[in-house]
Design a binder for this molecule. Structure first.
Ligand SMILES: [Zn+2]
Length: 339
C-alpha cells in the first residue's frame, strides 16, 4: 500500500501470466474528514484477492485510528465494465458494507451476461453479412464459452445485477466535502468514465491512460476517434498535475505522457497505411499487417494488437485512404486508393 497523495492510497492486486492478468491498481480516496470515503475500481473477484484487499483496507483503518482520525469507506465506483475492474464489487459490498455506484451505461452492460458478452464479440460487419460455415459458428460459440470460463476462473468475474446507486456519466460526487467531477471517457470502452479533482489536479484515468503501455483498443466496443479526442480533451484539463491509472505507476508528468500517446498513435497509423501501400497488389490482411507491425513478438501480443490494427484500418478506410474487399475465403483485404 502506498499513499500516492495526501489521503489517496494505492493498493496493488497482483496479477498473473503477464498481460493475461495484469496487476491492478485499486485506489482508496479517504478525503479530509474521513467518514464518506470512496474506492475507485473493484479489481478482481477471486476470494483470495478480495480478502487481500479487505485486509489492506483494515490496515489503513488502523493507521487512521492510531492517528485519531476518522476513517470510513461508504462507496465504490467502477470505471468501466471490464472484468478486472468490477469483479470484486459484490464481495467488497458484502465485507465492507459499501454501496456500489455505476453509471447507467456500465449498469446495463453488467446487468446480464448477454449484454456483457456483446462487448467482447469482436466481429467484422462485412464478414458477418456473409453466411458463416458451421465450423466458424462452432468456433465462435466455443470461444465465447471459453472466454466466460476463463474470466470466471482467473478473474473471479461476477456481474453486478443490483447496483445501489446509478449516476449519469456527467456529474459531481462529494468525497468528504471534496468535489470530484465524473465525466464520460469513451475510447478503450464505450462506458468508461474518469474522475477529476481540479483543485488537487488529480485525474483517475482507469484504463485510458497508463504509465508505460498503450491501452488496449479493439472492436466492437473501443472507438479510436473517441479515444484520440478524449486524450486531447484531457491534455487541456485545467491544473492537471497527476494521472492515476488502473495499471502501472503514477504519471507525474501527465501532459508529456498524453503527448507521447498521441504521437505513438499517429506513427502507428502512418505505418499501417504504408503497409497497405506496400502490399498493394494482393491486398493486405489484418494478420499480415499485425505481424509486420510487431516483428518477432509472441502470438499473444499479435492477438492483443489485432484489435488496434482493425480500428486503424477502418479509420483509414473511413478517411478514404484505403478500401477493403472480401476474398473467396471470407478474408478482408485492404488496398490503397490511388489518387
Ligand atoms: Zn479495460
Amino acid at each position: 500500500m502506498e499513499e500516492v497523495l495526501t489521503d489517496i492510497f494505492l493498493i496493488k492486486e497482483k496479477g498473473a501470466w503477464g498481460a493475461y492478468k495484469p496487476t491492478q491498481n485499486i485506489y482508496i480516496l479517504v478525503g479530509t474528514g474521513g467518514n464518506d470515503g470512496l474506492i475507485y475500481d473493484a479489481g478482481y473477484g477471486n476470494k483470495k484477492t478480495v480478502k487481500y484487499l479487505v485486509a489492506q483496507i483494515n490496515k489503513l483503518r488502523n493507521f487512521f485510528k492510531e492517528k485519531n482520525k476518522e476513517f470510513n469507506l461508504s462507496r465504490l465506483l467502477v470505471s468501466h465494465a471490464h472484468p478486472d475492474h468490477f469483479s470484486g464489487a459484490i464481495k467488497l459490498r458484502k465485507y465492507l458494507g459499501i454501496k456500489i455506484i455505476l453509471t447507467e451505461k456500465t449498469a446495463r452492460k453488467l446487468s446480464d451476461i448477454k449484454y456483457f458478452s456483446q462487448n467482447f464479440e469482436a466481429s467484422n460487419e462485412k464478414v458477418l453479412k456473409k453466411k458463416k460455415s458451421w465450423f466458424k459458428r462452432f468456433k465462435g460459440y466455443f470461444l465465447t464459452q471459453f472466454g466466460h470460463f476463463f474470466f470466471k476462473r482467473v478473474y473471479g468475474l461476477t456481474l453486478i445485477k443490483n447496483p445501489d446507486i446509478i449516476i449519469p456519466e456527467n456529474c459531481e460526487i462529494l468525497i468528504n466535502g471534496e468535489k470530484w467531477k465524473i465525466f464520460p471517457s469513451p475510447g478503450h470502452s464505450s462506458d468508461h468514465i474518469s474522475l477529476y479533482n481540479e483543485k488537487k489536479g488529480v485525474l483517475f484515468s482507469g484504463d485510458n491512460v497508463l504509465s508505460s503501455i498503450t491501452t488496449w483498443l479493439g472492436p466492437p466496443d473501443s472507438n479510436l476517434e473517441d479515444y484520440i479526442s478524449w486524450v486531447k480533451e484531457i491534455s487541456n484539463l485545467p491544473n492537471l498535475k497527476l494521472i492515476l491509472g488502473a495499471h502501472g505507476s503514477v504519471i507525474k508528468d501527465p501532459r508529456q505522457r498524453l503527448k507521447e500517446i498521441l504521437e505513438h498513435r499517429e506513427d502507428r497509423t502512418k505505418q499501417i497505411e504504408e503497409l497497405v501501400m506496400k502490399n498493394n497488389e494482393n491486398g493486405a490482411t489484418v494478420t499480415a499487417i499485425t505481424k509486420e507491425l510487431y516483428p518477432g513478438e509472441s502470438r499473444m501480443k499479435h492477438r492483443m494488437a489485432k484489435g488496434y490494427v482493425v480500428l486503424t484500418l477502418r479509420y483509414l478506410e473511413k478517411n478514404q485512404k484505403i478500401y477493403s474487399k472480401i476474398d473467396k475465403k471470407s478474408k478482408i483485404k485492404y488496398f490503397p486508393i490511388r489518387s
